[in-house]
Design a protein around this ligand. Structure first.
Ligand code: CIZ
Length: 368
């Protein structure tokens, strides 16, 4: 998705780290409680040190809502997260993304046109009343709204199983025979396996092909239609990484994120969201060596801030390149503009989209 970030003035791009830190500290002091800076777990330290709250995308949006005194929510994360914060916060609160080019390549793998086309194609070959769309939190607001309009729900990596059980296995009778799950095929697949489904129940929907590249029989047979999307960071982790870690650290513990592929998740000791990974590492005995399959800034922070030896499973280490766009110069520039009374890079969601996206988010909350 094209978003146009204006180049920063030279006084930011050529400033030293100390000069930037002074600017940010001064702006924070001036804005006081009117400013609330959110730092996603995958942010770099030069940004994270200024965050008033750290967390995953959903938790941060809820925290922004719980701080109505903050007129300005500066979301150090990516675009879909800032949209979610705008949806959940009050009308008087303005959400700002320090770099408009901080998108999410996985979220961009499912856009509203492709999802609407998929839905129409499904209508032609299967009983659409029996299909529920479920979107991962990591998706654009208009996809959350699509899901809200069609009776589905949002899920996070923490509650994906609860949401899919609600859709397919409710004790009072399943709500759907099939789910169209987007944009991350791996979270959908890993959760399906956890629920006892098998590969035979799943098909990958390729939005670039007619009928998702599937036959009519495939579409009708599948319980899970998994959108062909992935996270470029988590997809890098391979079974060989786990084998190498175990060979070097036979007593070590392997924890990976459910956006990793199924063969990786199968070999791990534990699988869970960023929040889960943080809690799981906290619960381990001091000194444990932990091999983690998630974004490198979180891994390094866990190594620095806990008494465990925390390492990335991937020796080549791949940061989330879009998260990485948010840096101290962009944060300093954004805050200086706010001090001048100019709100730059505001992220807004139109009222109708926000309404239906909220419906899908509230459904998620009522389930979990
Ligand atoms: O939703 C988030 O914040 C992400 C990207 C992952 C997670 O597991 O929390």
């Amino acid at each position: 998705m094209l978003r146009l970030q204006v180049p920063l003035p030279e006084r930011y791009t050529s400033a030293t780290p100390d000069e930037l830190a002074d600017r940010i500290a001064a702006a924070k002091a001036t804005l006081g409680d009117r400013l609330f800076i959110l730092g996603h777990h995958y942010q770099r330290d030069e940004v994270m040190r200024w965050a008033d709250a750290r967390g995953d995308s959903f938790r941060l949006s809820v925290l922004a809502k719980e701080h109505p005194e903050a007129d300005y929510i500066v979301f150090c994360g990516v675009h879909f997260m800032a949209e979610s914060a705008d949806i959940l916060t009050g009308d008087h609160q303005q959400v700002v993304l320090p770099d408009l080019n901080a998108g999410c390549s996985m979220a961009d793998m499912a856009d509203i046109d492709a999802v609407e086309e998929a839905w129409e194609a499904l209508e032609d070959v299967t009983d659409i009343e029996g299909v529920l769309p479920i979107t991962y939190m990591n998706s654009a607001a208009n996809l959350k709204a699509f899901v809200g309009r069609h009776g589905g729900a949002v899920c996070t990596s923490t509650n994906a199983r609860a949401v899919l059980e609600w859709a397919l296995n409710d004790p009072d009778g399943p709500r759907a025979k099939q789910v169209l799950f987007f944009p991350d095929q791996h979270l959908g697949r890993n959760t399906g396996y956890q629920m006892g489904f098998t590969e035979a129940d799943m098909r990958v929907w390729n939005p670039r092909k007619d009928l998702g590249g599937l036959s009519e029989a495939d579409v009708k047979e599948a319980t899970f239609l998994l959108w062909k999307g992935h996270c470029s960071v988590h997809q890098r982790f391979r079974p060989e990484h786990i084998e190498a870690f175990r060979a070097e650290h036979p007593d070590g513990v392997v924890i990976v994120h459910p956006e990793c592929s199924h063969d990786v998740c199968e070999l791990a000791d534990e699988v869970g969201s960023t929040d889960f990974i943080i809690r799981a590492i906290d619960a381990l005995p001091a000194g444990t060596t932990v091999g983690v399959g998630t974004e490198i800034h979180l891994v390094q922070r866990l190594d620095d801030e806990t008494d465990k030896d925390v390492r990335s499973l991937d020796p080549l280490i791949c940061p989330c390149s879009t998260m990485f766009r948010i840096d101290a110069p962009h944060l300093a520039w954004t805050l200086d503009r706010l001090v001048e009374g100019k709100v730059t890079n505001r992220i807004t969601v139109d009222p109708d989209t926000a309404h239906w996206a909220r419906v899908a988010l509230e459904r998620m909350l009522s389930i979990t």
